[in-house]
Write a protein that binds this ligand. Structure first.
Ligand SMILES: Cc1cc2nc3c(=O)[nH]c(=O)nc-3n(C[C@H](O)[C@H](O)[C@H](O)COP(=O)(O)OP(=O)(O)OC[C@H]3O[C@@H](n4cnc5c(N)ncnc54)[C@H](O)[C@@H]3O)c2cc1C
Length: 301
């Protein structure tokens, strides 16, 4: 079949946080057909794309992992774009710009894949994945069938999509873009990149993007900064001095270091403002007893 499999695959090689233990088996399908076959036969596999929004346990993941990064085909048809789930979104932003198509400028700034970006309804600079999304195909892990879903059926919201509620795995998606002057698109992308230079750590300081979601009508970064979390450290993990909603892996941090630090940040905002921040980063893999307690508190409704 058309996939590679690697045993005891060290996931920290893949994560933008540079944190994560081993997967017993990591599968890399090359085609959508091979991906579906794996989804049909493996027992409840973990699906990962760019690993840029996850905290993977330093104890690793029990069971099989499928990494989608080789499912990287895409095609333009006039204003429409078809992309498989493993395509890296900054590349899509550049390719769309080359074709004078607007709507993906925001994707230039984060190292996700189409699958992760649709799952999260990723957004930046007032653009959302849902703005250009038309439809997708998903594999239903329960019925083992493939469904086609349109935008209305995807329940998109802020950092929310149907994929977070149902056992659906994104196979591929279609987007509709808007013709625009190439110079205009390039200027927007450059402005987005310049903005990030001051406001976000680049990946030479391993991180997983924003740690907490913004609460309604407020900014998690603002609340965290006022609560005084900047510079706090736990083991090898530190809250970035440039922006209070980022944690950087400064020195061989573990998932436990990051979980403790997140919990400290969460409690400082809760104590000062009685606001319970919700983690944006997803914990994946085996949880130690401490990690389980820390995350249960942070995910309490
Ligand atoms: C430096 C930096 C900057 C960032 N800036 C932004 C930003 O501006 N805006 C923003 O929204 N995000 C940002 N992020 C976070 C992240 O890049 C996005 O959320 C991205 O869309 C996640 O995609 P991924 O492929 O890395 O997902 P992963 O981290 O691999 O996975 C995230 C979740 O999606 C699920 N998933 C992945 N693929 C599939 C699939 N095919 N089907 C079903 N589920 C799937 C995983 O199981 C997991 O639960 C940033 C991250 C970094 C490191």
């Amino acid at each position: 079949m058309d996939y590679e499999v690697i045993e005891n695959y060290e996931l920290k090689r893949h994560t933008t946080f540079k944190i994560g233990g081993c997967a017993k088996k990591a599968f890399f399908p090359h085609t959508i057909e091979a991906f579906c076959e794996l989804l049909k036969t493996l027992d409840n596999p973990t699906i990962l794309g760019g690993c840029s929004n996850v905290l993977i346990s330093s104890e690793g993941i029990d069971g099989d992992v499928i990494l989608t990064t080789k499912l990287n085909k895409f095609e333009f048809d006039n204003n429409r774009l078809y992309a498989q789930c493993g395509v890296k979104v900054p590349m899509l932003a550049k390719e769309a710009a080359q074709k004078s198509l607007s709507g993906m400028e925001f994707m230039i700034g984060f190292p996700g894949t189409v699958g992760g970006a649709v799952y999260m309804n990723a957004s930046a600079h007032s653009q959302f994945v849902s703005d250009t999304f038309i439809e997708c195909r998903v594999f239903d892990l329960q019925t083992k069938e493939i469904w086609k879903l349109n935008k209305e059926e995807m329940s998109f919201g802020y950092r929310m999509s149907l994929l977070q509620e149902k056992p659906y795995i994104l196979l591929d998606a279609k987007f509709e873009l808007r013709p625009e002057e190439k110079e205009q698109i390039s200027a927007i992308m450059q402005r987005n990149l310049d903005f990030r230079k001051d406001k976000q750590p680049n990946l030479t300081m391993p991180n997983a993007g924003s740690i907490f979601r913004n609460p309604p009508n407020d900014s998690a970064g603002r609340l965290l900064e006022k609560a005084g979390v900047k510079g706090l450290k736990e083991g090898g993990a530190r809250v970035w001095l440039g922006h209070a909603n980022f944690i950087i892996n400064e020195e061989n941090a573990t998932s436990k270091d990051v979980s403790y630090l997140m919990n400290k940040m969460y409690n400082m905002v809760k104590d000062k403002y009685t606001i319970r921040l919700v983690p944006e980063v997803k914990f994946i893999g085996k949880k130690s007893k401490e990690e389980d307690e820390l995350w249960t508190t942070m995910l309490e409704k």
